[in-house]
Design a protein around this ligand. Structure first.
Ligand SMILES: [Zn+2]
Length: 349
């Protein structure tokens, strides 16, 4: 990533290399003559911290785990290195992090060496340098040599904390995300605030959050299961009550109900329970945000619920269907749904 800044006050949008030339793409025209450039120091320093941190981390991975860095990516939010290793264990990542940060704490000098290729190749370079006659080698004293053209800190202490944020397997490599210096501080800040807020909600210490969360999730699952069992039971009793309350007229009892505030699945369950009672036709609807219709009849009756559903939805502009004993449909809300269902039910007599 290039520097950000201005040339004579005109913001630079992009920087590209073209042969020997370095092209600055500006947001506006630049008058002829002498030009003064100004680098955005905050962005530059951030890049220096991430770049130098990358050398520290790659060096530490090389020394602790014999893991070679085969790729480096930096964006405005995060940095990654790709390591040529099949997997990474947490314990190993911790050891690498410890070494990188020890070198930070020791505040070692970071030097830029301009060397001929021959001279450079005599150094214990961590990776093969590019094919150039003159090489720019970054030396972290008594720790690491690596050819690099980037911007770096002058001492390892300037890098600040080097933190591995996570990793994932990418084909034959492991991609490690990391943060250095100001980025690590900002990352720590929001994570700390987030953990403190969550722990505060539960009135526990942040360190106890993980077991507490697992316990809550288990309780939630257990409760969900229990609610389902109780609902089944409640629907059975509700069906019995409705059957008792409804007089049989002609050859069957007709139960018509529209529920404005119930879950369609629950109403479907009720229809099924009702159909277990001989001589019963249930025409039900749940009308929370649309009309969910469910028609069911007991096995001893011969009416066609599928045909009845098709008749119903054609009247109110919906869709639906099913089997002769059970059918479902959906339609926009309509104010006289109860009347419609009653009419259809009485039509069966
Ligand atoms: Zn570098």
């Amino acid at each position: 990533m290039p520097d950000v800044g201005t040339l004579n006050g005109v913001p630079v949008k992009d920087v590209q290399e073209e042969g020997e030339a370095i092209l600055h793409v500006l947001e506006g025209a630049l008058p002829e003559g002498k030009v003064q450039g100004r680098v955005d120091w905050e962005v530059r320093f951030d890049h220096m911290q991430q770049h130098t941190g990358q050398h520290l981390l790659s060096g530490a991975f090389d020394q602790v785990a014999k893991a070679m860095t085969v790729g480096f990516h930096m964006s405005a939010e995060y940095c990654t290195i790709d390591l040529r290793i099949p997997a990474l264990a947490s314990e190993l990542a911790d050891r690498v992090e410890d070494l990188a940060n020890r070198v930070v704490f020791e505040d070692r000098p970071v030097k830029v060496l301009l060397l001929s290729r021959e001279e450079a190749l005599r150094l214990p370079l961590r990776k093969r340098p590019p094919d150039l006659d003159v090489l720019r080698v970054l030396q972290i004293v008594d720790f690491d040599y690596s050819a690099c053209g980037g911007t770096h800190c002058q001492r390892t202490g300037e890098v600040g904390l080097v933190k591995i944020a996570g990793w994932e397997k990418i084909r034959e490599d492991v991609r490690v995300e990391f943060l250095c210096g100001g980025r690590a501080l900002r990352d720590y800040r929001w994570r700390n605030a987030s953990l403190n807020a969550l722990a505060g909600e539960l009135s526990i210490a942040p360190r106890d959050l993980e077991p507490a969360f697992r316990r809550l999730r288990q309780e939630y699952a257990d409760k969900g299961k229990r609610i389902k069992e109780l609902l089944e039971e409640a629907l059975k009793y509700e069906a019995e009550r409705l059957v008792k309350e409804t007089e049989t007229a002609g050859s069957f009892r007709l139960i018509v109900k529209v529920f404005p505030d119930r879950d369609p699945e629950e109403v479907k369950g009720l229809a099924n329970r009702l159909a277990e009672h001989p001589g019963t036709v249930a025409l039900l609807a749940a009308t929370r945000d649309k009309a969910n219709l469910v028609f069911a009849r007991s096995a001893d009756l011969g009416f066609d619920m599928n045909a009845l559903m098709k008749a119903a939805v054609s009247r109110i502009g919906g869709k639906g269907g099913g089997r002769p004993n059970f059918a479902q449909g959906g339609a926009p809300l309509s104010p006289d749904l109860t009347t419609l269902l009653s009419e259809l039910g009485k039509g069966l007599r």
